[in-house]
Structures are given as C-alpha cells and as structure tokens.
Design a protein around this ligand. Structure first.
Ligand code: NAD
Ligand code: UDX
Length: 458
C-alpha cells in the first residue's frame, strides 16, 4: 500500500503513543511510525501488554498496528523516510547545574534535533509536541539550520492538552488544537499541512493558529491555570476545617457562577502528575530569567500550597490517631496520581507513603492499576510496605484507611465488612471526598474528610 504521507514520532511515551495511535486511527491514508530509544517500551507497544494503561487505547492500537501504525527502535530509518516529524520526548526538570530543580532539562530534545539533522536527506516539518520552554523552537531552528545539504526544516509548535485517564476522549474530541508557526510562506505551508492532518476528524473552528512563542507559552499557562485552580480550592479546605464550612458546598456554590464554571474544583490531597509541577517551575524559571520576580513568586505559590496540602493531610492523620503512628498499620486506597491511570509520576501518594513510613507506620497499598509503579517508587524505602490488589485484603487488620486516588471502585465497597476486619478505633481519611461520610460514621468509623468537619466517636 502506498501512503499519502509518512509521519514519524520520536518518543513513544504517554503522549507520543496515544497521539500517534489517534492519528493512525483517523487517517488510514497516512503511515505513522513511533520510534523510541527504549527497546522495552517499543516491544511492549508491539505486544498485547501496552506500556501504559489508558481507557480505550488498546482498542485503537490493535486495530491500526501493522496496518498504518508501526513501533520501532530504528530511529535513523524513521527520520530518513518521514516528511513530518513529531518530537514527543520527555522534558523533565533539570537535576544538575544551573536551574537545577526548576528549569527544563533539554538534553533529550537537543539530542533529537541533532539526530534529525544527521539523518535527514530531504526537507521536513518538525513539530514540537512535547512541552518546551518558550523559544525552544528558535533553538531547534538554529540547530537544524546547521545542515550543509540545502535541506529546509520548518519548526511548528503543537502542544498537547490531553489529560491522562481521558486521553482517548481528549484526542478524539479536543477542545482545541493549537498550532504555532512562523508567518513566512514556508511556515504557513507547513502549518497548513499539519492542519490537514487534524482536519480529518477535528472541526476546523477548533484548530487554532498563533505565532510559535504564543503557542509554546499557552501550554505552560494552561497547566499553570489548571493547577492554580486546584491549589485555590485546596487552600480553602484548610479554611473550612477551621470554620466548620463545607468545601463541597462552597465548590458547588461558586461553580454555578457561569464566569467561574464547575470544573477542577474537586478538593484533594494535592495535585500530582508529570506535568503541573515541572511546567510551573519551568514558567517560574523563565520569569526569573526575564527579571519578572513578582510574577515568578505568584506562580511559585501555587506549588507551595500544593506541598502544604500534602503535608497537612499527613499532619491530620497523625493528630487524629493520638499523635503516634508507630507500629500502626495504614492502608492506602490508591497510589496513582489520579483515577483511570497506572501512572504514579509526582503522585501525592509517594509523599504520603514516605511521611507515614518516617512516622514508623506499616503500609499496605492497594490500587487497581498502579501497583507495579508503586513498587518501583517505594523500592528501598526504610520500612514495612506490602501490596494487594484486593482492597478488602489490604484493609484487613489495619488501623486506618487513607483514600489517595479517586477510583470509582472504592465508592461501592462493603465498608461494614471492612470495618469488622480492622483494628478499633478504625479511621478513614478521605483525601478525595468520594465516600459517604455519614454512612461510614454510622458503621463505626472515625471519618476525616477534606475541608469538612470530622465525624468522630470520641
Ligand atoms: P514519557 O516519559 O512517557 O515518554 C517520553 C519518551 O521519549 C520515553 O519513552 C523516552 O524513552 C523517549 N525518548 C527520550 N529521548 C529520546 C530520544 N532521543 N529518541 C527517541 N526517544 C526518546 O513522557 P510523556 O508523558 O509522553 O511526555 C512527553 C512530553 O509531552 C513532555 O514534554 C510532557 O510534558 C508533555 N505532555 C505530557 C502529557 C501527559 O499527560 N503525560 C500531556 C501533555 C503534554
Ligand atoms: C494535566 C492537564 O489537565 C492536561 O491538559 C495536560 O495536557 C497535562 O497535565 P493530567 O496531569 O494528566 O493532565 O491530569 P489532570 O486531570 O489535570 O489532574 C492533575 C492532578 O490534579 C491529579 O492529581 C488530579 O487528581 C488532581 N485534581 C484534578 C484535583 O485534585 N482536583 C480536581 O478538581 C482536578
């Protein structure tokens, strides 16, 4: 079969794998190849056990793989054959040198840019799909212009807004697709080629364009606003616990104001995930670089409130359980950073587990999809941790349960049975406010929600 175009994606992670599967699914006339330096990841993409859990992803991968979707480690060949290359490598926070702990570590994309330069035999469109600092495209253009073969590269910014757990829905029905380009004739031509791909399934009015720098910045700003909203509601959980107001009642009341809207107002133990913290730090670093200290401090506070929220949760547990957790058995319901994913990157569960172990508690962790990652995250921790897929088995003999992830399955458990199997007095700390607190109290639990008065029997 001859394909209309060869598309390559460098980096087969959460974003590269899912977005390319969607493009292959919606565009059978394009050949889509995903390459990665990690051979295990590629082998998993080619197996029945995909490297990531994402509802609906397996179905579209299975229906396109081997037809117009291919996973391989042959990066050189992939680059040679492609007309359009998406770059979707990871952009973690730098752990060394200038900007350590704040700035984005750009070694992965720079290696990628140099490899594209080395292997290319024809002109190509390069699409920044990863989240990069503002003006990365400029550096990418500079590196790619070093070629001596008269090859032309157009660099576009096309940030990805999918959220894990809903990636397939987000990709199929995106709120918008953003494409940043130069306004030169060749920049506009490249932009139109990318629009043509998305137009196979995304309504034209949802495909928006801007200059490259606005596009790069929009991605950081979107994540900063989303995280800020959660930090805002979480900051008021602390207030509610002091004043006997109820955070869910407050969230409902403000969410009905159409100017505010009702999304992203779920109180929690704090936000996690691989994006929010690194992207805000990236923004803060850029602000300081431009001498905008007040702006940097404003956004840094969003992260500080999140750290405070995680610490506050553990402090509440400690003080409720008579100021000692030593030798007590505590069960964590959930370890993933949110429901419907097995991803635990920056999950608040890691912080909570570590602090509870510091207090010499014994931990039992249960999660429907994230136990493998939990084992890796807690590998070598100095304490007793066990794992069970079955929440009943996990809670058996425990003094307390802490709900860390909002999995649906936890709402429908038989809590009478669980209560009977636990040490008394039994505690539940609902870090997501997903359980029926009055019912739990009536069963006999001492219940500590987030941002609501506790229900206790003493
Ligand atoms: P990931 O770590 O899951 O995947 C990145 C992949 O790139 C890895 O498999 C890695 O082996 C591969 N890689 C690194 N260097 C390479 C190279 N030189 N050649 C080939 N492969 C290479 O990361 P992710 O979650 O997919 O995120 C990728 C980017 O997308 C990041 O910039 C992230 O901020 C952004 N993003 C992520 C999400 C999300 O929900 N995870 C959403 C939107 C945007
Ligand atoms: C986020 C952005 O939503 C997405 O647009 C971007 O592309 C990548 O970063 P993700 O991190 O996958 O996506 O999940 P998201 O749904 O945003 O949740 C992030 C964290 O916030 C999770 O820990 C979640 O539990 C928490 N959260 C979310 C809350 O605590 N309360 C809420 O109301 C919503």
């Amino acid at each position: 079969m001859t394909f209309k175009k060869n598309i390559l994606c460098i980096g087969g992670g959460y974003v590269g794998g899912s977005t390319m599967a969607m493009i292959a699914h919606k565009c059978p006339h394009y050949k889509v190849t995903v390459v990665d330096i990690n051979p295990t990841r590629i082998a998993e993409w080619n197996s029945n056990n995909l490297p990531i859990y994402e509802p609906g992803l397996d179905k579209i991968v299975i229906s396109t793989r081997g037809k117009n979707l291919f996973f391989t480690t042959d990066i050189e060949r992939g680059i040679k054959e492609a007309e359009i290359i998406f770059v979707s490598v990871n952009t973690p926070v730098k752990t060394f040198g200038a900007g350590a702990g704040m700035a984005a570590d750009l070694q992965y994309w720079e290696k990628t840019a140099r490899q594209i330069l080395e292997c290319s035999e024809s002109s190509k469109i390069i699409v920044e799909k990863s989240t990069f600092p503002v003006r990365t495209a400029f550096a990418m253009e500079r590196i790619l212009s070093l070629n001596e073969n008269n090859i032309h590269f157009d660099v576009l910014s096309n940030p990805e807004f999918l959220a894990e757990g809903t990636a397939i829905k987000d990709l199929e029905y995106p709120d918008r697709v953003l494409i940043g380009s130069r306004e030169t004739p060749s920049g506009v031509k490249a932009r139109n080629e990318l629009i043509e791909i998305y137009a196979n399934w995304v309504p034209k009015d949802r495909i928006i364009t801007s200059n490259i720098w606005s596009s790069e910045l929009s991605k950081l700003v979107a994540n900063a606003f989303l995280a800020q909203r959660i930090s805002s509601i979480n900051s008021f959980t602390a207030f509610c616990e002091k004043s006997e107001a109820d955070i869910n009642e407050v969230a409902r009341a403000i969410g009905m104001d159409s100017r505010l809207g009702d999304k992203f107002l779920n109180p929690s133990i704090g936000w996690g995930g691989s994006c929010f913290k690194k992207d805000i730090f990236n923004l803060v670093y850029l602000c300081r670089h431009y001498g905008l200290d007040e702006v940097a401090n404003y956004w840094e506070a969003v992260v500080n409130i999140n750290e405070y929220q995680k610490e506050r949760f553990v402090r509440t547990m400690l003080s409720a359980m008579f100021n000692t957790l030593a030798g007590k058995k505590i069960c964590l319901f959930g370890f993933a950073f949110k429901a419907n994913t097995g991803d635990t990157r920056e999950s608040p569960a890691i912080f909570i587990a570590t602090k509870l172990i510091d207090e010499r508690a014994e931990l039992v962790i249960t999660d429907p999809k994230a136990l493998n990652n939990a084992r890796i995250d807690l590998n070598g921790i100095n304490g007793t941790v066990s794992y069970s897929e079955d929440p009943y088995e996990a809670a058996d003999g425990c003094d307390a349960i802490a709900v860390v992830t909002e999995w649906e399955v936890y709402k429908d458990l038989d809590f009478k049975k669980i209560f009977q199997s636990m040490v008394k007095p039994a505690f539940i700390f609902d870090g997501r406010n997903i359980l029926n607190h009055k019912q739990l109290f009536d069963i006999g639990f001492n219940v500590f929600p987030i941002g609501k008065p506790a229900l206790t029997h003493f």
